[in-house]
Design a protein around this ligand. Structure first.
Ligand code: C2E
Ligand code: CA
Ligand code: CA
Length: 756
């Protein structure tokens, strides 16, 4: 509108000014034209007087005329041919009279025809004054005329004596000129005072006006006694020399401006209407565009605000996102005064993947959303909570008094998460692990604090989840140690020099013989010494190194299996290895490369793999079994021990976990469980192996229960490959097992333990 108004206003003003200018020009040009016509008319009338005299002079200043008039009788024919008739024909003079010295008419011509002398009587009185004036004129002959209101130039020569007047004659406007008839030279004498007079009358109406009108293009020129003009006419008064009003010349003035206006007016009007129309259209469309623009701007603002919100908030929970969290943490840190404390909490849901996998992603979203609102409800307004992604959250607790404050809040968070999450009629249970870093104790930089809270979170996770840990320097050390282990393990895998495979025998107590060997990896670290698999396998799993490590183990085991073609070699597979899509193909490839027999290789998998119930692991296991490999379920009883998946996943063997075997004879519960497992496995046609058999009592109990395959220190520890040969050779087929606790921890003396 701010643009539109000036445009419309200036256009309207311009149009109005143009119209005014046009009207002014029209008026101006009309006035000029009118004045010009007026001048022409006036001049023409004036000229008539001068012209009359000049015409008269041609016959009045002439010796011949003087002589003719002195004849008696007069030569009427001559007079007609040279004076009255001639002046009418040649110059259009209306009336001519020739008067003698007594001012009596001697010749009268009316409209070119000779008339009776008494015709003069009609005009005698009107001309009396003029005639007397001329007769009594004592001045020199050529100066003989007075000033006249409408005066023509004196066109006569020096000899002519005349007088001319405008007057009303016979009720008509007329120019009258009276001239003395004198000789043209001195050859003929004429007594002064004895001159004849020539009177010429030219009426200014009728024919005169017609000619004037035609010559000067004056439309409708007429004479009227009264000033009775119509609207489009103008009148110019005509007065006699005495000042009496004779009448008016009236005509329709030429008005070129008006004419032009009449011609171009409609076009101009059309153009104006068009311009106004265009302006109206333009303003309408401009108004519409403005409205649209305003709407678009409003929408843009709204979407900008939305985009701004989206840029700083998490779409699922509406909580601040990582960017905003970083910003708030920075702000809180910058405000932190001396003596004040704040805590950064990193939270990660436990068993969240399980919820996602079993109840679907929507259920997972519900849990995340619900957790977000439960978390927010626990915190004060000065605290900040954010979702960093997935099931990860972060909290800043501003201005805390001491460590116990943080501990209380952490406990409350753990409590609130323990309550079931209702998802469309079903319940889901999750836990949460929390890592805490306190500022300024652990640092006062955002990145440092978040890293340390993450380390504490990792600690909470590895120490059994559903717990919180507050960062300590030792944790950092631990993390550093882990990362150096990772680095060293990577290097060790490149050469394979510091890695070795040990083999622990598996015995068939019924047949009293070694039937298989479990391959167990050993790492002799150049500086740290022997590192137990329980320490570096989790690191390898976290870093992805487990895949090359597992494949290295399999390759070594296959090579070894060729040395002992009668034994089954058991190889442990980590669930992490199954995450790569082509695990089965790779394992099959290694075995065939080495040229080992798949039927002699047994893969040990854990319950957690089956729990994940992924298509990937299911198809890999199926493929491996089809290839002839055996599958054993390791550490059975420690996980969820859901026997239902035993039906879904086909396995050949179950290995009862060491923890149950250890408690045999001590806990009735353990006995019951082992019995149940053995009975079930028999029913399903599965082989059962007991792990960690350390005592004769345990062996006895297991044998009685129906468990024939065993593995444990009672028979042998894991041994390096070169000692397995000895073990087999010295062992023979019979196993006469004696309890030999004093030898248990000495691998080198295994022979003594096994051999009777
Ligand atoms: P696991 O698969 O359950 O292996 C059996 C573990 O129990 C071995 O420990 C073995 O030395 C120990 N053991 C055997 N008999 C007895 C006994 O009578 N008493 C006691 N107290 N322990 C006994 P190790 O070699 O330290 O291995 C620990 C774990 O590391 C293994 O548990 C396995 O989960 C993992 N591991 C070892 N080597 C590999 C490997 O090559 N790949 C993978 N993925 N994991 C491996
Ligand atoms: Ca194992
Ligand atoms: Ca085991």
């Amino acid at each position: 509108m701010r643009v539109l108004l000036p445009v419309v206003a200036s256009t309207a003003t311009a149009l109005a000014l143009a119209a005014l200018a046009l009207l002014w020009a029209v008026g101006q040009s009309d006035t000029i034209s009118m004045e010009r016509q007026q001048r022409i008319t006036e001049r023409s009338i004036r000229e008539v007087l001068g012209e009359l005299a000049k015409q008269q002079e041609m016959v009045a200043v002439w010796n011949e005329t003087v002589q003719q008039l002195n004849k008696t009788p007069l030569d009427e024919k001559w007079l007609d041919a040279n004076i009255g008739g001639w002046l009418h024909i040649t110059f259009g003079q209306d009336y001519t009279y020739i008067l003698n010295t007594r001012n009596e008419p001697v010749d009268v011509t009316i409209d070119g025809a000779r008339a009776k002398l008494n015709e003069y009587e009609k005009v005698r009185s009107s001309l009396q004054g003029l005639i007397q004036g001329l007769r009594g004129d004592s001045r020199s002959p050529h100066q003989g005329h007075s000033e006249r209101p409408i005066n023509g130039q004196d066109l006569t020569s020096g000899r002519a004596v005349h007088d001319a007047h405008l007057l009303e004659l016979l009720g008509r406007p007329a120019a009258v000129s009276i001239m003395k008839i004198v000789p043209e030279n001195n050859e003929l004498r004429q007594e002064p005072g004895s001159e004849f007079l020539l009177v010429s009358v030219r009426f200014l109406d009728g024919n005169f006006l017609k000619i004037l009108s035609q010559q000067n293009l004056i439309d409708g020129l007429r004479f009227s006694k009264a000033n009775e003009t119509s609207d489009s006419e103008v009148g110019v008064p005509l007065t006699s020399d005495e000042g009496a009003l004779i009448g008016y010349f009236i005509w329709k003035p030429e008005l070129p401006g008006t004419t032009i206006l009449r011609v171009i007016g409609p076009s101009i009007a059309v153009v104006c209407i068009l311009i106004i129309g265009v302006m109206a259209l333009l303003s309408r469309s401009l108004r519409r565009s403005m409205a649209k623009l305003r709407k678009a701007i409003a929408e843009l603002r709204a979407s900008e605000a939305q985009a701004h919100h989206l840029a700083f908030h998490d779409a699922l929970t509406g909580l601040p996102n990582r960017t905003l969290f970083d910003d708030r943490l920075d702000q809180t840190l910058s405000r932190i005064d001396h003596g004040q404390q704040l805590a950064v909490l990193m939270l990660d849901l436990d068993r969240f993947k399980h919820v996602n996998d079993t109840l679907g992603h929507q259920a997972g979203d519900c849990v995340v959303r619900e957790f977000g609102s439960r978390l927010s409800a626990l915190l004060r307004s000065s605290d900040s909570v954010a979702r960093l992604g997935g099931d990860e959250f972060a909290v800043v607790l501003a201005d805390i008094a001491d460590r116990s404050d943080v501990e209380k809040i952490c406990e409350r968070i753990l409590d609130t998460v323990r309550k079931p999450f209702e998802i469309s009629g079903r319940q889901a249970f999750v836990g949460v692990s929390i890592g805490v870093a306190l500022a300024p104790e652990a640092g006062s930089e955002r990145i440092d604090l978040m890293r340390k809270a993450d380390i504490a979170l990792y600690q909470a996770k590895t120490e059994g989840r559903d717990a919180y840990r507050i960062f300590t320097a030792a944790m950092d050390e631990n993390v550093k140690a882990r990362s150096s282990i990772e680095e060293d393990l990577r290097a060790a895998l490149l050469t394979g020099n510091d890695l070795r495979l040990f083999y622990q025998p598996q015995v068939d107590v019924d047949g009293q013989s070694i039937i298989g060997l479990e391959a167990l990896v050993r790492w002799h670290h150049p500086t740290r010494g022997m590192i137990a698999p329980n320490q570096f396998i989790p690191i390898a799993e976290e870093t992805g190194l487990i895949s090359p490590l597992g494949e290295w183990v399999l390759r070594q085991a296959c090579i070894a299996s060729k040395r002992w073609p009668d034994l089954t070699i058991a190889v442990n597979l980590s669930p992490v290895q199954f995450r790569s899509g082509n695990l089965a193909q790779r394992l099959i490839g290694i075995v065939s490369e080495v040229g080992a027999d798949p039927r002699r290789i047994e893969f040990e998998i854990t319950e957690s793999l089956l729990l994940d119930d992924s298509e990937l692991s299911r198809s890999a296991l199926k493929m491996l079994r089809q290839e002839g490999f055996k599958i054993a379920l390791d550490d059975f009883g420690t996980g969820y021990s859901s026997l239902s998946y035993l039906r879904r996943f086909e396995v050949d063997k179950i290995k009862i976990d060491r923890s149950f075997v250890q408690h045999l004879g001590q806990q009735d519960e353990a006995v019951a469980i082992v019995k149940a497992i053995v009975t079930l496995c028999h029913a399903m046609g599965l082989t059962v192996t007991a792990e960690g058999v350390e005592t004769e009592d345990q062996k006895l109990f297991l044998t009685e229960t129906g468990c024939s395959e065993m593995q444990g220190f009672l028979f042998s520890r894991a041994l390096p490959e070169d000692q397995i040969g000895d073990l087999l050779n010295n062992l023979g087929d019979r196993l006469s097992v004696q309890p030999a606790p004093q030898l248990r921890s000495i691998p080198g003396r295994v022979k003594a333990k096994i051999v009777a």
